[in-house]
Design a protein around this ligand. Structure first.
Ligand code: AMP
Length: 302
């Protein structure tokens, strides 16, 4: 089924103990789209500047990613720079240059307006809401990511947008800040009152947790000996999750649990190399082999 993503397409400068890149194609919508396209066709809405060349666009080519919704504007592409600590658990943002992203007004091509699965990556909550308004039929699943910047700076707008969203997919510090609650289960109860019926908490090397009215489901992060760069892991998780759900066209408990595993699979591949390098060479059979590995990791008898 049709899957729409709206969010950043960027150039990233990344530094980790394993190396450094100065200008790699990145952005939340990019990681999401590439990860999701292993499961289902993706429609992408974003904006880039005139420095985004045909070589850069090539990341979307040869995959099931429609980029009619990728606007090319005059100016520079959104630029983000970050540096990771020795254990990769902490990250400092060194630069955020919005450039053409500052004037981003998402406009859905007509053929995207019937999307049944929608992912609103981390952008201003009023823009996320506007995208939902442009979708003509209420999507089967609308999911949203956000960040502390919007939780503290645009709380009212974010709450208004959350009323129209089924799944909120954020990290643990964002969950705590949004709900004013340290305990994640109690935080989920607060968040359900805001609109979403499912909360997915991305917890980096501790995996991911899904809470809904049926209960809690957790997946570990895949144990890797040599992670290189966590950039985009959360967006790749979201891509694997939503891509799988859209591919089966369902949102029952089994589908959601499997989606959690496919999200973790895609996130784990992303951190193996810098930027999008690992996803570029990823094969379907590797995805399925790792999903089976996840099943083994968590299997036990009572
Ligand atoms: P993550 O590692 O999941 O936080 O995602 C990293 C990606 O998000 C990078 O490729 C950045 O280009 C992008 N990014 C960083 N800051 C922002 C922002 N303020 N708004 C949108 N995208 C961002």
């Amino acid at each position: 089924m049709s899957l729409l993503v709206v969010g950043s397409v960027a150039f990233d400068a990344i530094e980790s103990p394993y190396g450094k890149v100065d200008r790699a194609v990145g952005g939340a919508a990019t990681y999401f789209a590439v990860a999701a396209s292993f499961f289902t066709p993706v429609n992408l809405v974003g904006i880039v500047g005139d420095d985004f060349t045909s070589k850069d666009v090539a990341i979307f080519k040869g995959r099931s990613i429609d980029i009619e919704g990728l606007e090319h504007a005059e100016g520079k592409t959104f630029f983000w720079a970050g540096k990771y600590s020795q254990n990769l658990n902490e990250r400092v943002t060194l630069a955020t240059e919005l450039n053409v992203f500052a004037g981003f007004k998402p406009k859905l091509p007509d053929k995207y307006k019937k999307s049944q699965f929608v992912f609103l990556a981390n952008i201003a909550p009023e823009l996320q809401r506007d995208v939902l308004h442009q979708v003509k039929v209420r999507p089967k699943v609308a999911a949203l990511d956000t960040m502390n910047y919007w939780i503290s700076g645009s709380n009212g707008e974010l709450r208004e947008t959350l009323k129209h969203v089924d799944i909120l997919m954020i990290n643990d510090s964002e969950t705590r800040e949004l709900s004013n609650e340290h305990n994640l289960l109690r935080a989920a109860k607060h968040i359900f009152k805001m609109g979403p019926s499912t909360l997915i908490v991305k917890r980096g090397e501790y995996g991911a947790m899904m809470v809904d009215k049926r209960g809690v489901f957790c997946v570990p992060a895949f144990p890797l000996e040599e992670p290189h760069d966590p950039t985009g892991a959360g967006d790749s998780f979201a891509g694997g999750f939503m891509g799988y759900l859209a591919s089966v066209g369902k949102k029952n408990d089994l589908a959601l649990r499997r989606a959690m595993v496919y999200g973790s699979v895609l996130g784990s591949f992303t951190v193996e190399k810098f930027g999008l390098d690992r996803l570029r060479s990823l094969k379907h059979k590797e995805i399925h082999a790792r999903a089976r590995h996840f099943a083994k990791l968590t299997q036990f008898k009572l």
